[in-house]
Design a protein around this ligand. Structure first.
Ligand code: FAD
Ligand code: NAP
Length: 351
């Protein structure tokens, strides 16, 4: 473990903002993590925990310690004909873990394929895509307390996983460093979810089915789901290796019936989705931003803007300042609020 000074962070997060950390350290084992917490640099400075940096926006140089979690490895703890229980260390790459599970025919997380980042960050916002969330297959995690330097386990309930939320984004923000995550996956009787229209359509294409033929789980494999989602995501989302971004910048809002009725009167084509809450309806933040006129918006210097194919994604075309992107995000929030009476919440972590 080596703590270095004035370390560039541009290649360590997906927005590609050119900033530095006053101190930086990469942690490769549980022992190193314990050791780090005892160092004066850790104790005397503010700190940020970093995985793959795919859900962060840095707005200035960081005057503290950035800790990159790179602890590798996984262990199968239990296996029956029906299930497998696996512990995965926090620094493992999420997408590679998902692909490895699909290869072994372990089911449950296939809809979360091609999400960038690390396993350790996956519970932080209870990552979700195409109708599946981390919490559907998550058992517990282990993390070290920054206050008392003790490792402890958090059960699923204790993590308070919600829609792109967890206790680690709220009450315990910055208080624990996750070092491993436990999953329970299916080995038979996979519960496939192809409820999202784009996924259903893509699956029909790869299975050469007509539009009126229905997809049945028996015909679909984990590999079919992964292949379809990767294809959709490659076509729709900007690749951070080419255009800096952190995925969806805002969460989809859920609203109550009285506001929904008003909006439907004015915008009869407004798309609505079940929110998981009986009295709330989920709206597409991307649709609201698009209708407020922001889709494809580009700054005068052409350095940053709103992605042309996806209004939820703010992009750095090259040399943007993080603070410019944050200003843009705040303008979008104000504009959507003015037009629809809805205040969008940021999903990305701002530093
Ligand atoms: P980072 O960005 O490094 O960190 C995110 C937060 O977690 C920070 O607050 C950090 O301090 C904290 N953190 C990270 N690791 C630890 C740890 N070990 N212990 C404690 N705290 C930690 N998200 C989705 O939910 N669904 C998607 O479909 C999706 N698609 C995306 C597509 C693209 C193109 C991009 C760029 C992003 C997408 N995201 C998506 C967002 C992002 O990939 C996820 O939130 C991912 O889990 C972030 O992982 P990370 O390792 O990069 O976390
Ligand atoms: P989409 O399919 O164009 O749909 C737009 C929005 O409508 C989605 O955000 C989704 O909400 C919601 N939606 C669509 N069909 C739904 C259904 N059957 N039931 C409930 N909600 C439905 O979305 P997209 O932007 O291409 O993204 C596809 C999936 O990947 C989504 O789940 C999205 O969250 C995920 N994704 C996430 C990020 C990120 O950074 N967080 C980036 C890219 C994609 P939900 O978002 O709640 O699913």
């Amino acid at each position: 473990m080596k703590i270095v000074q004035n370390h560039p962070l541009r290649d360590l997060h997906t927005f590609g903002i050119d900033i530095k950390a006053k101190y930086f350290v990469e942690i490769r084992s549980k022992n190193e993590l314990q050791e780090l917490l005892k160092t004066p640099t850790f104790q005397n400075n503010p700190r940020i925990i970093l995985g793959g940096g795919s859900n962060c926006l840095f707005t200035k140089d960081y005057e503290g310690l950035v800790i990159r979690i790179s602890i590798q490895g996984q262990e199968v703890l239990d296996e029956t004909d029906e299930h497998v229980v696996i512990d995965v260390n926090a620094g493992e790459n999420w997408h590679e873990f998902v692909m490895d599970c699909i290869e072994k025919d372990y089911g449950g997380i296939e809809n979360l394929v091609y999400i960038p980042g690390t396993v350790g960050a996956s519970p932080i916002q209870n990552i979700g895509a195409y109708g599946v969330e981390l919490k559907d297959n998550f058992l517990e995690l282990e993390a070290i307390s920054i206050d008392n330097q003790q490792f402890r386990r958090f059960s699923k309930e204790e993590c308070e996983l919600g829609y792109r939320e967890s206790i680690f984004k709220n009450e315990l923000k910055g208080k624990y460093i996750i070092n491993k995550v436990r999953f329970k996956l299916t080995k038979n009787n996979h519960k496939l979810n192809f409820s999202y229209e784009a996924l259903e359509n893509e699956l029909k294409k790869i299975k050469s089915l007509n539009e009126d033929e229905s997809l049945t789980s028996q015909k679909i494999t984990l590999k079919d789901i992964a292949k379809s989602i990767i294809k959709i995501r490659k076509a729709k989302l900007p690749d951070p290796a080419e255009v800096g971004n952190a995925g969806s910048f805002f969460k989809n809002p859920s609203i109550d019936k009285s506001l929904l009725d008003k909006l439907k009167e004015k915008y009869p084509d407004i798309p609505t989705y079940p929110s998981g809450h009986p009295e709330k309806t989920k709206l597409s933040a991307g649709w609201l931003i698009d209708r407020a006129g922001w889709k494809g918006w580009t700054s005068e210097d052409e350095q940053y803007g709103v992605h042309k194919k996806h209004a939820l994604i703010l992009v750095n075309y090259g040399g943007a300042d993080g603070s410019d992107i944050l200003d843009l995000a705040n303008q979008i929030v104000a504009s959507v609020d003015e037009k629809f009476g809805i205040r969008l919440e940021k999903e990305v972590n701002i530093y």
